[in-house]
Design a protein around this ligand. Structure first.
Ligand code: NAD
Length: 502
């Protein structure tokens, strides 16, 4: 442990960048505070990487790619992935606690994240092994004169930039498929939640991952993210975050035609028909907007409820929202923690003020919970009397704020659902499964939940339509994010070609 590494009550917080298998200080020597959002205390500092560190990390990743990782077998990479999963499982509780201090989420949710993280590495270990069996697959080109086969090759050096809402899990969604594919990684976590990203460095070291295969740079978007996006030796950028930043990353990628995948924001609708069970609806509506403090890209933040069921449903929703236990993520029974940062807290409160000024009604919440004077805590909030032109209806709030509108029939519900630039997720609830399937097919969203909202599976594709992104993560689609497809075509006829030489 270096002198500056800090021991919290539960864990060691790393305090250096992980580049080329070594712990190093940032070239410029800058540091960034890490703040516990439940207490507003600075609990640690991490290095503020800049362009010089990006260059070192990309060079290390290139060296590792060319030095063997890029040409290794899927079976070999699968073993490393399983070892990463095992190392994560062995430290499950400790990592979950680090996540609570860094992000604020309730401990049971953090444990769930860590389990999903380990599952993700195990899943992609299987896909890495399968990949070996798919190399050299023949393609029928319709003639026996040629034999065409396909190879799946790793894309190369990948820059991976992630947000703060699921710090360790969002990294896993990128690292696991990239490593499975044979790519090498430079991971740039959010400056708001850098701690578990650095733990990936510690795990790589522990399991003996070849140096340079996985590099971790903590730093701001402007000083570390932007230079990573425009580095000429990065082959692919995988980004998760907001639409404005996604536009910047895509613009940078366009300068030298880098491969790019984007997982961006959302303003996802939840359509509840008149035949839905009110109790089930309330449960899933709450899970759709209050889970993880509503800091979820796919949060179903726009509720569209049939006018016949609206009064009963909203009365029950208000009751349950007001019973939600709010507090420090470590306190037993807490289901809503603080927002991640002061900036996010101000942003969400700004939206609430904006909604009130625009004439929406607060059905419940809208303020700091009584008795929680420190920390970025906010009551679960539900707005009614929302108009379509209001910012709270149109823009991603990324907090525990639900906006409600009623509808009279299916086509009106679909029209309201579609009136957005986003297309990440949507949910529909009805006792009529045929209706659910019809609406699910009509919805312009990458993910549609029927009679639930938010359950996410490593095996199923994840990503958005419209301004919610480009490409898909998770499942076999996630692996293909990091693969180049090469055709090898052989002329195998004994006959001369005979075009010029007759
Ligand atoms: P953000 O766009 O502010 O930041 C995301 C990351 O980009 C951070 O690591 C940040 O440091 C970095 N960054 C900032 N400026 C950059 C630049 N100019 N060049 C390169 N990198 C830069 O987003 P956030 O506030 O961290 O996260 C919230 C957003 O993420 C929401 O919009 C949410 O919907 C989205 N999100 C999407 C998904 C998904 O799967 N679609 C998942 C989680 C979060």
């Amino acid at each position: 442990m270096s002198a500056r590494q800090k021991k919290s009550s539960d864990a060691v917080f790393r305090d250096r960048l992980f580049i080329g298998g070594r712990w190093v200080d940032a070239v410029g020597g800058g540091r960034l505070p890490v703040i516990d959002p439940a207490t507003e205390e600075t609990i640690h500092e991490v290095p503020a990487a800049d362009a010089a560190d990006v260059d070192r990390a990309v060079t290390a990743a290139r060296g590792a790619f060319d030095g063997g990782w890029g040409g290794s077998s899927g079976a070999c990479r699968a073993e490393y992935l399983r070892n990463i999963a095992a190392a994560i499982r062995a430290r499950r509780d400790e990592l979950a606690r680090v996540e609570v201090r860094d992000n604020g989420k309730p401990l049971p949710e953090a444990r769930w994240d860590i389990d999903d993280t380990a599952d993700c590495f195990e899943y992609y270990a299987e896909l890495a092994e399968e990949l070996d069996g798919r190399q050299g697959e023949a393609v029928d080109v319709g003639t026996a004169d040629f034999r065409s086969t396909v190879r799946y090759e790793p894309v190369g050096v990948v820059g991976q930039i992630i947000p703060w809402n699921y710090p360790m899990l969002m990294a896993a969604w990128k690292l696991a498929p990239a490593l499975a594919a044979g790519a090498t990684c430079v991971l740039k976590p959010s400056e708001l939640t850098p701690l578990t990203a650095l733990e990936y460095g510690a795990i790589a070291e522990e399991i003996g991952l070849p140096p340079g295969v996985l590099n971790v740079l903590t730093g701001t978007g402007a000083d570390a993210g932007a230079p990573l996006s425009r580095h000429s030796d990065v082959d692919k950028l995988a980004f998760t975050g907001s639409v404005p930043t996604g536009m910047r990353v895509m613009t940078a990628a366009a300068q030298d035609i880098k491969n790019v995948s984007l997982e961006l924001g959302g303003k996802s609708p939840f359509i509840v028909f008149e035949d839905a069970d009110v109790e089930q609806a309330v449960e899933w509506i709450m899970f759709g907007i209050f889970w993880n403090q509503g800091e979820v890209c796919s949060a179903t933040s726009r509720l569209l409820v049939h006018e016949d069921i609206a009064p009963a449903l909203l009365a029950r929703l208000k009751e349950e929202a007001e019973r939600l236990p709010i507090g420090n993520g470590f306190d037993p029974g807490v289901l809503l923690g603080p927002l991640v940062s002061e900036g996010q807290y101000r942003k969400v409160r700004g939206f609430i003020e904006d909604g009130l000024i625009a004439g929406a009604t607060v059905l419940t919440g809208g303020d700091r919970p009584v008795g929680l004077e420190r920390g970025y805590f906010l009551q679960p909030t539900v707005f009614t009397d929302v108009r379509e032109d209001m910012r709270i209806w149109r823009e991603e709030i990324f907090g525990p704020v639900l906006c409600v509108k009623t509808f009279g029939n299916e086509s009106e519900a679909l029209r309201l659902a579609h009136a957005t630039d986003y297309g990440l997720a949507a949910a529909v609830m009805s006792a009529g499964l045929e209706r659910c399937e019809r609406v699910a097919a009509a919805l312009r969203a990458g993910i549609v939940w029927i009679n639930c909202s938010q359950p996410t599976f490593t095996q199923a594709p994840w990503g958005g339509m419209k301004q919610s992104g480009i490409g898909r993560e998770l499942g076999r689609w996630g692996l293909h994010n990091y693969l180049e497809v090469k055709q090898i075509t052989r002329y195998q006829s004994a006959r001369p070609w005979g075009w010029y030489l007759k």
